[in-house]
Design a binder for this molecule. Structure first.
Ligand code: DLL
Length: 437
């Protein structure tokens, strides 16, 4: 396969040089952090008075972790390190509760961020000849503007369609010959269902690639989207605290997400002991931002669970690859004492050919016990009025799921289009259990 690079000297840089570059950038980031009220105190207490106190990459471990809680405590300007009038952009986290976490960018920060997103896009084989329909939320959420800027930096024609209104999305695709789209994986599945429902033929659109991210999804979900839409799907990871998208992305080899190590330092830790895990093991990803001056954030506990591949990628890039994310430390469900990650349920459900494009996990209390209900839309070729077939499918899913998660679920089957669809991140879990019990 011919791999495409935006900046081969950096992307294929020998690791020794890459690490030297990281160290130099880390020193600058520490100096920058010391200009914020938060880190002045936090790093001061750890005995770090300047970037010069960081002598090697191992010294990174002298820096205390930063958490979401810290970012909230620092609201609004505790993490700002440049004069307010040099800030050109604000983004905020998608958190639904409490104080938002805000990120400020200087003009150079915006340029650097665009450069990283462009590197991701280019690495999937896109060029300026592509027409890019950005079907993700714009606004304070970083997905819209992040990919918009990155797409323009590549030189593609960007259609800022935002999410929703699938009829209009299809019109845009047909009128302008869209070749690439960006959306959450759940929205892409919805787009495919709607395409079928509205009778939009595959031949009437020129789609060939999609960037899918902002939420966890399984390898089977990727394969399903690729097969149903006959496109290539690339996994895209990022978070607002680290600018947004453009942190880690799959290349054309599609085996893991390259973390751009000239922009970020990644560590995998055990979330209980806070010690680094062994090479290749799964744990919580901790990230330090090396590419933003206005809001330096060091050793941020992302809560996201992943691990590094240890073997090199066939594309020749030297930047480490993260495995597909399996969820977050804080989205684990405890069902009658058993720990279950929503991603385990998705893995089983989306691998079944009888299952359609949407599902919902519901938790109820039945007496003293928890009850797991998985509501599943059936595939388009299956008719819900065939009771025997329905029962057979239900039983099949129940058995496989129980074997995988060791909790006995109740399966409810629904026709396509019945379960709620979100334009942004999918809300896969409805926990109706009374709180505080
Ligand atoms: O979701 C940034 C983004 C936009 C990434 C568009 C990719 C595409 P936040 O709203 O701050 O930022 O949410 C970040 O979403 O900590 C993960 O828990 C989750 N997440 C993002 N991408 C993936 C992915 C954007 N590819 C949070 N796989 C992160 C799994 C993901 N989880």
């Amino acid at each position: 396969m011919e791999f495409q690079y935006r900046n081969p000297e950096i992307e294929k840089m020998p690791r020794r040089e890459l690490e030297a570059l990281q160290l130099a950038k880390l020193k600058t980031a520490v100096d920058q952090a010391l200009r914020t009220s938060f880190y002045k105190e936090r790093l001061g207490k750890a005995g770090i008075k300047s970037g010069g106190d960081i002598k090697s990459l191992e010294d990174l471990r002298k820096i205390p972790y930063t958490t979401k809680h810290d970012l909230r405590e620092g609201f609004p300007y505790g993490f700002l390190s440049i004069p307010r009038d040099e800030v050109v952009r604000l983004h905020a986290s998608s958190g639904t509760t409490g104080v938002p976490t805000t990120i400020y960018l200087s003009a150079d920060d915006v340029k650097r961020w665009s450069y990283f997103v462009a590197r991701c896009i280019y690495g999937t084989g896109c060029t300026r000849a592509d027409v890019f329909q950005n079907m993700i939320t714009y606004g304070l959420f970083t997905g819209g503007l992040g990919f918009h800027q990155g797409g323009e930096e590549v030189g593609m024609m960007v259609i800022p369609s935002g999410p929703g209104n699938t009829t209009r999305q299809f019109r845009l695709m047909q009128d302008f010959g869209t070749t690439v789209v960006h959306a959450t994986p759940s929205f892409l599945l919805h787009v495919q269902s709607k395409m079928q429902e509205e009778g939009v033929s595959r031949d009437s659109v020129k789609l060939r690639k999609a960037f899918a991210g902002a939420e966890p999804y399984s390898e089977d979900t990727r394969r399903r989207i690729e097969a149903l839409l006959t496109i290539d799907v690339y996994n895209s990871y990022g978070l607002s605290e680290m600018n947004g998208p453009g942190v880690a992305f799959e290349c054309q080899a599609k085996t893991g997400l390259h973390l751009w190590e000239d922009g970020y330092i990644g560590e995998i830790i055990n979330p209980d002991t806070l010690e680094p895990v062994k090479d290749g093991e799964t744990g919580e990803l901790v990230l330090s931002c090396l590419c933003r001056e206005a809001t330096p954030i060091l050793r941020y506990r992302t809560r996201d669970l992943s691990g590094f591949y240890t073997e090199p990628c066939e594309c020749g890039r030297t930047h480490k690859r993260l495995r597909r994310f399996t969820g977050r430390t804080d989205d684990m469900l405890i069902i009658n004492g058993v720990n279950v990650f929503p991603s385990q349920i998705e893995e089983v459900v989306m691998a079944m050919p009888e299952v359609g494009n949407n599902y919902l996990i519901v938790l109820e209390k039945e007496g003293a016990l928890d009850r797991l209900i998985v509501k599943i839309e059936v595939g388009s070729g299956i008719f819900a009025d065939d009771a025997r077939l329905m029962n057979a499918i239900k039983e099949k899913i129940r058995k496989v799921l129980q074997a995988s998660i060791t909790v006995n679920p109740r399966i409810e089957l629904h026709e396509g289009g019945v379960l709620p669809v979100s334009e942004g991140k999918a809300k896969r879990v409805q926990d109706n259990r009374p709180k505080g019990l």
